[in-house]
Design a protein around this ligand. Sequence first.
Ligand SMILES: Cc1ncc(COP(=O)(O)O)c(C=O)c1O
Length: 391
Amino acid sequence: MDRLGFLVEEVEALKEQGLYNTIRTIASAQGAWFEVDGRRVLNLCSNNYLGFADHPRLKAAAKRAIDAFGVGPGAVRSISGTQSLHLELEQRLATFKGTEATILLQAGFSANLAVLPLLVGPEDVIFSDELNHASIIDGCRLSRAKVVRYTHSDPDSLRQQLADHSQARRRLVVTDGVFSMDGDIAPLPALLEVAAEFDALTMVDDAHGEGVMGAGGRGIVDHYGLVGRIDVEVGTLSKAFGVMGGFVSGSAALIEYMKQRGRPFLFSTGLTPADTGAALEAVKILEESDEPVRRLWENTHYFRSGLKALGFDTGHSGTPIIPVMVGDARQSAELSRRLFAGRVFAQSIAFPTVPRGKARIRVMNSAVHSREDLDFALAGFEKAGRELGLI
Ligand SMILES: Cc1ncc(COP(=O)(O)O)c(C=O)c1O
């Protein structure tokens, strides 16, 4: 008897509903163009916002780190795996973000899992934006606090929910900085104001704002001029920083406690020397010049206005993440397939990553694209969009 047969049925059901995730194979470095399933295609779906994933300085730094420290840290950081390179990167990131301290985790996902259960427990309430990332949702579940979802980016909904739960021992308001599927930006100042009315803790996950928003890519908190006023900032090294890893920035007390009790810190090995050395180099580049960030935004503005001029619905995006709204999952998958046939790789996103009926092509802009690349992509969107009657 096949006890796992139900999984095969589940996969078949996904295929029937147009929700099956086709995972393509990449045979070259991330860049403006790369090799996918044997074809050279324009890359419009990577989080490599600044081109750092294949940057010569990051690659050289990774090699130097391997030469000095080897390929693995050897143990969890609390036993014998904390290398001087980890401490150097933590210090540098804290300075870059304008916070007292920073702790590195293995990924942005683990950063959320690490910090949320330390802030709140069963006697507390978390107020979570209804569109928050899966890693926030999972971190909330691990904390065993009551979770209340407020209407997306709506301070009035948040105020109502806080008023309804004012008796909790602690209240925590948590939001994505940039929403990863819509590219819209959380109204942090208004959320912070409401949180202050109820003496609630505040936390922002800035995975898509790091290296993208704020002065020289310092993130959404800097963008709004709120440095020092958010209790917990989660970041990732896996997107604009081009590498792999996550971090939490905040007060010295928060970071000290995370080193004592953060489970992914204590029970899972830390970042590799190559990741750490390369990420350190990324911070140095951003400190030296805002040129990569400026190029990213120039490309973003050009591409978004090009899509709009063609008649596409680009939702509420205010960042380099641009959703091209389609609605039906099958039609969105077909648009992605036709784009790929024209050598433009832009991924279709459907349920459960976004709500049912809100399927879209998610375009990721990058500083590495030339104007010719963007015009090529717009021509591809125009052709496929017309064929499918979307424009
Ligand atoms: C808002 C948000 N938080 C966390 C993560 C996870 O980051 P990482 O890929 O470093 O685990 C992502 C990535 O998709 C994200 O969009």
